[in-house]
Write a protein that binds this ligand. Sequence first.
Ligand code: GLU
Length: 381
Amino acid sequence: MATREIRKDIFKKINRVVLKLGSYVLTTPSWKLDRKVFSDVVSSIAETRKKGIEFVLVSSGAIASGMGKLGLKDRPRVISQEQAVAAIGQINLMGLYEKLFGRHGINTAQILLTHSDLKNRKSFLNARQTLNSVLDYRAVPVINENDTTVVEEIKFGDNDYLSSLVTNLVQADLLIILTDIDGCYDKDPRSFCDAKLIALIENIDNSIEQHALGTKSKIARGGMATKIKAAKTAARFGVPTIIANGKLPGNLSRIFAGEEVGTLILPEQNKLTSRKHWIAFTLKPRGLIYVDDGARTAMVKKGRSLLPTGIIGVKGNFDAGEPVSCCNREGMEFARGLSAYGSLAIDKIKGLKTSQVKETLGYCHKTEVINRDDMVILGSR
Ligand code: GLU
């Protein structure tokens, strides 16, 4: 099927879109909010909403805009200063969204998230409920990481990744990442003038990941590599991604008119359930469990649970119920899951038959260390 036809097919089924806007798209070289870009994007959203499509924005630009307001050239190195700059910029950012959407009679809602808000399944579902209610009120949620309170260990990482987690949170059907280049190229377009834009990526393989070189940027945390990682994460939730240039006026409208703008990345056919996607991508592994080849094959090829007998080692300090990575002997991660036992218990029962667990620990509340329902095999395509 031609790329245009594939897009047409995808757009037939779109009800809810996560739109990620990067710092470079939203600001001028002196880190002032770029009003032309804002007006253009807001008008396109207002138009597209008339077709019944809902938007959830993931907007960067708080730190950049704070720097613009304060006249800073470089991002502060001291964390508390960076957090203060984000607070100053965030209100500026929201002020402009509120004003411009208001002109179209549309309300906006500020949602500042931290990883702790989503790592507990109950609070993840609460956040989903709130976002759904905001959308029921026909307002546009504008999400950003709560830069003012987060510290490094509890960061999502970057807003590209956050936007891919939001596709699961709001159960979106499309992720659009607007950035300051036209899409994903076969080589770095800033260094090679013969670099070609890739219109369609059916499958994110190693070579695509290699091409997606990270940008050494003063402001944004991403680069093409984080966008490709986000697209891969969205793909596992069955969501296609379009990476396009947000600086070009009218580009967002052109995307919704079915034009071949930017790079389209197709989703996986076997989408993960919301809970499994959350286990694999929203949660951060607290430790590693090393398994032998037999256990690995049983998990990957036959979809089996992980039993103590297949475990050869454990690393990290974690409690029962916490997320872990499963690795082969060489330490290559191939699965993630929720461990039914803590790391100390696993160290004692590794390699044992299930029948020996009770005599070793004095209890045996589960026969499996990771039940298949709590397990996700990574990189399945
Ligand atoms: N949350 C940051 C900001 O609003 C941006 C992070 C990112 O671009 O990944 O400035």
